[in-house]
Design a protein around this ligand. Sequence first.
Ligand SMILES: Nc1ncnc2c1ncn2[C@@H]1O[C@H](COP(=O)(O)OP(=O)(O)OP(=O)(O)O)[C@@H](O)[C@H]1O
Length: 226
Amino acid sequence: MPVLDLRDVEICFPGLDRPALAVPGLALAEGEHAVLTGPSGAGKTTFLNLLSGLERTARGRVAWDGVDLGALSESGRDRWRAAHVGLVMQDFHLFPGLSALENVLLPQRLRRFRLPVALESEAARLLGRVGILRTEQDVATLSRGQMQRVAVARALLARPGIIVADEPTASLDEASGAAVAELLTGLAREAGATLIVASHDPLFTRPASRGFARLLRLEAGSLAED
Ligand SMILES: Nc1ncnc2c1ncn2[C@@H]1O[C@H](COP(=O)(O)OP(=O)(O)OP(=O)(O)O)[C@@H](O)[C@H]1O
């Protein structure tokens, strides 16, 4: 059974003479990886926002494991996202003044009255896994590649079944980008998570590095598959 079932979705924004997104259907199986490409303005971020419940569709249906996101209230979608989705955004969304470890833990601290000790050790383990060994370092003093790796560790802490990443290697140098791409796909595979990455980076799109990931292409809001 497909874990993602998307049907007849259409998203329109005021001032646009065509839908920003018009997708008749897409199914992704549990643990499947997909790479989303397309020119600037094609609707990639809108699509990722829709899949992660940040954007709602007036037409059509987006369901993950039978949960219809459109039927949830905004706070219901927030709770669903916190429980199921690990998000890696383009601009990291880290909090300067807090350490790498505290940044990884922050979303879980906000969700719980008391943080389980096991989560702290898991956060430190994940940071080690992404190569951040000085976990007490203020994120404001990290390099961009290190910040992105902290964002990846944070996205994975709650063991999400779905990982959504928007241009995770943009603005990183080649070596840092390669490390982030490898970590993201490797850690998603280890966790059996479904991974959707919007990227133009050959690190994700090249057949050799893509492995078994599906290649989805958005063009002016329409989705095609290579
Ligand atoms: N809130 C909004 N209001 C009006 N138009 C919007 C809104 N959000 C997105 N758009 C428009 O919808 C289209 C798709 O935008 P989107 O950000 O999804 O594209 P993208 O493929 O992610 O682009 P990029 O690669 O440049 O980030 C664009 O024309 C954009 O200007």
